[in-house]
Design a protein around this ligand. Structure first.
Ligand SMILES: Cc1cc2nc3c(=O)[nH]c(=O)nc-3n(C[C@H](O)[C@H](O)[C@H](O)COP(=O)(O)OP(=O)(O)OC[C@H]3O[C@@H](n4cnc5c(N)ncnc54)[C@H](O)[C@@H]3O)c2cc1C
Length: 556
């Protein structure tokens, strides 16, 4: 049995953010992830760190303001991981989005961010910026700056930062059930709370965890449920379901087939929904769909043939001369948005709110919904709700999970944290500045920035371990072999898909899930993870199955 102040369930961006903001305030934190860090929607997003221009159209000014502020902070703190990206939106004769409407929206967008990035481009300029876009009836284009990231690496960077502040993060360890005070079969009968108060029966006081990384019971003063799309499962018996799961799917095309230097946004010719193509890591991402997702939550989501046809239709409309087809795509990926929507299903999914929600039920703090971009704001909100259950570091008096009557925190307020301890200050850095790493060979500027952005304070150790040959880039990508080796040794990789789909994104960037790399990878992976020849073969088979079932491109 372990005792911690805060147990965080879920290793996506929400859980990682909560773990970091708690750990940097001296709270003892344990985070557990059932599948793999960032396995959920946090590795399957559109990779945009954005204000969400379309949310502005829906009147969500608060969400947009928060998002553009956090975008600015992330760009400043994590260059190499979060990079600026220009978006271009064409105006056409008879089109729904006119130059005037767009100019008003962009002026507000810029004002919220406190910087001017908007521009208008004549048809001649558009032909230079995006040579392949449709030119029939083209009146010009508006453009603005947002940002993009590698979402799974952002989660890893936040988790690393949390570990730097003392958090314990455990991969492949699932919460199987919550421990409730008074349960006959929980080993909690000895619990007594600080000041002699008793823990109210039914209060969540920890969890039973099973996995490769940790098996046992964990008692906690407070438990945060950051399980995204799975959040309602853990809340069963505590409150009514919150979530309307919405699937969003993407196609990945080689840049030579869809050559873009800017992101190109458009309204889908069929239903007027916004869709986009964006350059990312040397490929073009095309997204996204927005559909009610009814599949088993334990089955990895995948694009359907109908979604593929929908996205290709949009691209053929935007880039008519390229004659794009589903067979041009390298791969696909799909994620499920944990959208909190109390309207009946059947409402337009794209209009469902994207704000995060925090619920406190019998001591369990659930944080779900929301965007990758605003993870810090969301985490601080969750912690403000958790504060009354958390003992202030340095003011502790032994361990007691919670002191509650119903959902109310206990009376020994002097020993507790308060919402003010988790106040959002825009100017606070998200990541601590890192020392410049020394390298045995001179590193090109781009590679140095990339390693610092993605690996933060660990970049120095990664470079110290890397042989000069490991700094060679894997052909067709910006990933050096050194990142693969580092992940195998230090980033709790258990399966090949952890390595090729999330620690690195090679499985999305190269044909057949990067199968051509496997022979060179085999000796390094087997040495680092102790896999026998048979285990390596099993890993390869498992990986090929996942790629075929969930990342391939069904032909319509
Ligand atoms: C298609 C799509 C596009 C998006 N695009 C963007 C974008 O461009 N920009 C943006 O800002 N946001 C975007 N989002 C939103 C953003 O990706 C999500 O809101 C965010 O990733 C949610 O993070 P999370 O940590 O709440 O959930 P998740 O990332 O899903 O993490 C939850 C984790 O909990 C784990 N878990 C579940 N049950 C248990 C258990 N019992 N024990 C332990 N662990 C458990 C899961 O394995 C999972 O890893 C997009 C989302 C989708 C789906």
């Amino acid at each position: 049995m372990s005792d911690v102040d805060l147990l965080v369930i879920g290793g996506g961006i929400a859980g990682a953010g909560v773990a970091l903001e708690a750990a940097r305030r001296g709270i003892s934190v344990m985070l557990v992830e059932a599948r793999d860090f960032a396995w959920g929607s946090s590795s399957r997003s559109s990779k945009l760190v954005h204000g969400g221009l379309r949310y502005l159209r829906e009147g969500a000014i608060g969400l947009t303001r928060e998002s553009v502020r956090e975008r600015g902070r992330l760009l400043q703190d994590a260059p190499g991981l979060v990079e600026p990206q220009r978006f271009l939106l064409g105006h056409y004769e008879g089109g729904k989005l006119g130059r005037g409407t767009m100019a008003t929206g962009l002026a507000l967008y810029d004002a919220l961010a406190g910087q001017r990035t908007r521009a208008f481009h004549t048809p001649g300029q558009v032909r230079q910026l995006a040579p392949h876009v449709a030119t029939d009836g083209l009146l010009g284009a508006s453009s603005y700056l947002d940002a993009k990231t590698d979402d799974a690496r952002l989660v890893m960077r936040v988790l690393q930062e949390a570990q730097l502040h003392g958090a314990r993060v455990v991969n492949r360890a699932a919460v199987k059930s919550l421990l409730r005070a008074g349960d006959v079969d929980t080993p909690l009968s000895s619990l007594s709370a600080e000041g002699g108060a008793s823990v109210a029966p039914g209060t969540v006081v920890g969890a039973r965890i099973e996995g490769a990384g940790f098996t046992g019971h964990v008692r906690a003063r407070c438990v945060v449920n950051a399980t995204g799309f799975w959040a309602d499962g853990l809340r069963r018996g505590l409150g009514a379901p919150l979530l309307r799961p919405l699937r969003g799917s993407h196609l990945v095309l080689p840049l030579w087939r869809l050559p873009i230097a800017q992101s190109v946004s458009l309204l889908h010719p069929r239903d007027g929904r916004p869709v986009f193509a964006t350059p990312w890591e040397g490929v073009a991402l095309v997204g996204t769909t927005d559909l009610d997702h009814h599949d088993d939550p334990d089955v990895e989501p995948a694009i359907t043939a109908a979604e593929t046809a929908y996205l290709i239709e949009a691209m053929r409309h935007a880039f008519p001369r390229l004659d794009l087809r589903a067979s041009d795509a390298l791969c696909s990926f799909a994620g499920v948005r944990p959208v909190v929507d109390d309207r009946a299903e059947g409402g337009d999914p794209s209009k469902a709110p994207r704000e995060h929600v925090v619920r406190v039920e019998q001591g369990l703090v659930t944080i779900t919904g929301g965007k990758l971009t605003t993870f810090r704001v969301n985490a601080l909100d969750a912690l403000r709700h958790a504060a009354p259950w958390l003992a202030a570091p340095g003011r502790r008096n032994g361990f007691a999970p919670t002191v509650v009557a119903g959902d109310e925190p206990g009376s020994d307020a002097h020993a507790r944290m308060s919402a003010d301890d988790f106040h959002y200050r825009r100017a606070d850095p998200i990541f601590a500045p890192q020392p410049e790493p020394a390298a045995s060979v001179a590193l090109p500027h781009g590679l140095r920035t990339r390693l610092l952005g993605r690996h933060g304070h660990r970049a120095a150790a990664l470079l110290a371990e890397a042989a000069p040959a490991d700094l060679e880039l894997i052909a067709g990508t910006a990933t050096p072999w050194a990142e693969l080796h580092w992940a195998l040794r230090h980033e709790q990789v258990r399966f090949l898909d952890d390595l090729l789909l999330r620690r690195t994104r090679l499985g999305l960037l190269l044909p057949d899930g990067a199968a051509a790399l496997l022979p060179r990878l085999e000796p390094v992976a087997r040495e680092a993870l102790g896999w026998s020849v048979g285990e390596w073969r099993d890993q390869c088979e498992r990986y090929a199955r996942i790629i075929a079932q969930c990342y391939s491109v069904p032909t319509p």
